[in-house]
Design a protein around this ligand. Structure first.
Ligand code: HEC
Length: 203
């Protein structure tokens, strides 16, 4: 009598394809074992009750929509208020000499490993951070860009002794082994610009 019950209930869950059906069918095997072992009749009833309760819990509560956590709320607000304006801000001045200067300083201090040159990657810290700005200024002047900050004459010496070995004293990258620093737009900046433009499309 109980065994029929158990079979039926398991089957009903399965057929209804409730969220609980996996659990119900898994238990199905277990229940069959209990029944065939001819254990006390109360056991299938208890198991049935457990299955039933679990099924109801599963169907009703388990996949209930989650309430927003404070982090979620904060993130959504952030997206709403910022939209993609920070990309646009950056794009609006990405072609300026000031941006180029900051970029070179960043590469000097932190290195670069995105460009895939024969020469390998560039480690950060070839120059002392306090010398980075004047070296950046000198580097820019190699291709006629304007740094706008007066810098000491020894910048050239710093460039040739620290950077020139790889990028060449003329900055042209020793025939393609290292990046040409005299390009109208540096490769890393070009990549960044393309990335920002692609992000703009996804707002
Ligand atoms: C040991 C060789 C080496 C030295 C020394 C070196 N670089 Fe580089 N530099 C590289 C390599 C290799 C890359 C490309 C790294 C990459 O894949 O992103 C690079 C990339 C750069 C870039 C990015 C170029 C672009 O088109 O985006 C700049 C700017 C740069 N170097 C400036 C300097 C300056 C300024 C110095 C001197 C302080 C210097 N490098 C010293 C090897 C060197």
């Amino acid at each position: 009598m109980f065994s029929i019950w158990v079979h039926l209930i398991s089957l009903v869950f399965y057929l209804l394809k409730l969220k609980a059906h996996q659990f119900a069918t898994k238990s199905y095997g277990l229940i069959l074992i209990i029944i065939t072992l001819d254990m006390q009749k109360i056991i299938p009833l208890i198991v049935t009750m457990i299955v039933l309760l679990y099924a109801v819990y599963n169907a009703k509560f388990r996949d209930a929509p989650k309430t927003d956590t404070p982090t979620n709320i904060h993130y959504k607000e952030h997206i709403k208020t910022h939209k993609t304006t920070h990309y646009e801000d950056e794009l609006s001045h990405i072609n300026t000499d000031a941006y180029t200067k900051d970029y070179i300083i960043k590469v000097i201090n932190h290195g670069s490993n995105i460009l895939d040159f024969k020469g390998g990657v560039m480690e950060g810290g070839f120059a002392n951070p306090s010398d980075a700005e004047k070296i950046a200024c000198y580097t820019m002047e190699l291709s006629g860009k304007k740094c706008r900050t007066p810098y000491p004459k020894d910048a050239a010496m710093f460039y040739t002794s620290i950077c020139g070995g790889c990028h060449g004293n003329d900055g042209k990258g020793l025939g393609g082994t290292y990046p040409d620093l005299t390009r109208p737009k540096m490769l890393g900046i070009e990549m960044r610009e393309n990335f920002l433009k692609s992000m703009q499309k996804h707002r």
